[in-house]
Design a protein around this ligand. Sequence first.
Ligand code: DAH
Length: 346
Amino acid sequence: MKKELQNLRNKALKELARVKDLSAVEAWRVAYLGRKGTLTQLLRSVGQLSAKERPKVGELGNRIKEELQTALQARIQELEKEAQKVREAETLDITLPGRRPPQGGLHPVTRTLNEIIEIFTPLGFSVYEGPEVEWDRYNFELLNIPPDHPARDMWDTLYIAPPYGKGQDMLLRTHTSPGQIRLMQEMAPAPLRVLIPGRCYRYEAVDPTHEWMFVQVEGLAVGKKITMADLKGVLSHFARQMFGEELKVRFRCDYFPFVEPGAEMAIECFVCHGPGCRTCKYTGWIEILGAGMVHPQVLRNGGYDPAEFSGFAFGMGVERIAMLKYGIEDIRYFYGNDLRFLSQFR
Ligand code: DAH
């Protein structure tokens, strides 16, 4: 019987060491220490032994029982520790820093356009947009540029394949000036002050100051008693707001078919400041806009009576303004889609 008890103990301890999880431990407990467990049953049979043997075997049996119970508790703790380790290893490390999504910014041309609009808005100018694909009539004829007129050479035009009906040529607008006609026709005979921004297209030889696609802002003010003094005042104010008091501004006579008289406003070259360089085509000046008093025929085409109404108009290239503002030396950077350039304006 003693031998039996020893064997049982050894077997039980060996098995317990091999047990892998808590439910297997419980099965082990039931098998040896449970009410019908092998050890329990063996201990029960101790009562049948002789009075001489009983105490010794009983004592050994109880010791083994205690030993097994202690081993059981120790094994349970061990298994729980292991389980904890596994849980810790599997836990998500939520301290990992997140990935920043790439952040965009406004294109320098958009920013500059917004700045221009902000300067004119307090002067009472609102914003209007016309179509980029335009009729010849609006882009040229109603602006006093009939077909075959030599002034058409001032705009290298991208025509859309005809025909669209007799005398209805379609083109990519070469300037924002057709917006003048559209707006006057909509508003006449009410006085108006408006900015017309938008993309323009030309069949252009591309160089540091010319692109085949660019953005213009047109300005138009029509009312009673508007004079050239208003034109100069508004545009000088604009130049001072945009570039500061120091930069020199120059007005000279120029010709545009839709104004009379016509003018050109130039600004001191921001690269060479005078002596001449590639950017200013060796003149020391960069023309930033054309302007003039709205031609009587154009007023008439827009629905205004030139005996009663007058107005001034101007048109400027937004890229040129941005180049001056940010010291950019080549207009081609704007549309090169190079983030090394664009991200500098965030
Ligand atoms: N539309 C002209 C151009 O693209 C610029 C211009 C000149 C606009 C004189 C005007 C103006 O409104 O009065 O070259």
